[in-house]
Ligand binder design. Structure first.
Ligand code: AMP
Length: 215
């Protein structure tokens, strides 16, 4: 089964994708994670993408589509894919159709996480992760039990994404509205869009998604 998780930055796509990976053995294909990996290892794609990402702008359609194509080639046909943060433009949606066809795959569901933008700004600007194990935290909603110490691995090093400032977040949301939301009607016409309340508790969102996948 192949699905797209759609929603503005901070809607919880990554969190839900991790849970789907654990529960259903699917594979998360996050272009944001792939690009951050490329930036940190300093590949040519990473060098090109860094400034664009730091500004909150979109990386070129060709670059992200090539990353997705390469991942699908590597993972083989038996594993379901969760597209997280891709496609983000009409052009990417069309490219994805071509890529899926080439790999003999098809989209089963597009799940849109519906959220309140102002609440999202608070969610995103407060988030941080353990620099060692990647465990996710939040200044207000999910603090480590002992301040400054990771619950999972005990590390005292944490990091924040450079693009999680309020200004950049507002820009990324504007781009979601202008560039990404318009791809929904095309998927609606195929009858594969499901909407989930992304402001509900994490468990409830997971449950709603599980119900859609079981349908
Ligand atoms: P994300 O982790 O999905 O919020 O992505 C972080 C940043 O990576 C975005 O603000 C963009 O600069 C870039 N990015 C990630 N996915 C895409 C995509 N599908 N198309 C263009 N840019 C992307």
């Amino acid at each position: 089964m192949d699905i797209i998780l759609l929603g503005p930055p901070g809607a919880g796509k990554g969190t839900q994708a991790h849970r789907l990976v654990e529960h259903h053995g699917m594979r998360q294909l996050s272009t944001g994670d792939m690009l951050r990996g490329a930036v940190s290892t300093g590949t040519p794609v990473g060098l090109k993408a860094k400034a664009i990402m730091d500004r909150g702008d979109l990386v070129s359609d060709d670059i992200v589509s090539e990353l997705i194509d390469a991942e699908l080639t590597a993972m083989g046909p038996a594993t379901g894919a969760i597209f997280d943060g891709y496609p983000r433009t009409e052009a990417q949606a069309q490219m994805l159709d071509g890529i899926l066809e080439k790999h003999g795959r098809k989209l089963d569901h597009v799940i849109e996480l519906e959220v309140d933008e102002d609440a999202l700004v608070e969610r995103i600007t407060g988030r941080f992760t353990c620099a060692n194990c990647g465990a996710g935290y939040h200044d207000k909603f999910n603090k480590p039990e002992t301040p400054g110490v990771c619950d999972r691995c005990g590390s005292t090093e944490f990091k924040r994404r450079p693009d999680d400032t309020e200004e950049t977040v507002r820009k990324r949301m504007g781009l979601y509205r202008a560039e990404t939301a318009p791809i929904l009607p095309g998927y609606e016409a195929r009858g594969i869009v499901n909407r989930v309340d992304g402001m509900a508790a994490i468990e409830e969102v997971t449950h709603a998604i599980d119900c859609i996948l079981a349908d």
